[in-house]
Design a protein. Structure first.
Length: 141
């Protein structure tokens, strides 16, 4: 399969399997949650933060640029269309579980909402809300 035909999810899954790691072991080696690995491998995450990309690259023995090459790239300029306080408002609505009326501020399409459970250094649970548009690259991370 050519590079242009392969998604980030497929690339990470193949790289993990090539070196014989389970998703749990990859999560441990990369110091990421298993849920983060599952989100990447299922195609929910199309873009990675530089920190996550570097951790994955190290665990998979790759160069971060190899991973970045598979991340979704779309040349869309928001042009100031996103209201300044939309993300704060959306985070508040996600915290309350009231996301039915939220649509993508860029294209108006349906958004996917999820909550990632993380723990701080003292094992306190931290809920991190994420949202992404189903049709364009807009996301709240």
């Amino acid at each position: 399969m050519e590079k242009k035909d392969k998604s980030l999810a497929m690339f990470i899954t193949e790289a993990r399997e090539k070196i014989g790691l389970s998703s749990l072991l990859l999560a441990k080696r990369a110091n990421l949650s298993e849920e983060q690995i599952q989100d990447i491998e299922s195609g929910k995450d199309l873009f990675l933060s530089s920190t996550v990309r570097q951790k994955l690259a190290k665990a998979l023995k790759l160069n971060p640029s190899e991973i970045k090459a598979y991340e979704k790239t779309v040349d869309i300029h928001y042009g100031g269309n996103v209201p300044k306080d939309f993300e704060d408002y959306a985070r508040m609505k996600m915290t309350l579980g009231e996301t039915d009326d939220l649509r993508c501020p860029v294209c108006g399409s349906e958004m996917v909402f999820r909550t990632v459970k993380r723990y701080d250094l003292e094992d306190n649970l931290i809920l991190h809300h994420k949202a992404s548009c189903k049709k364009c690259p807009y996301q709240i991370i």
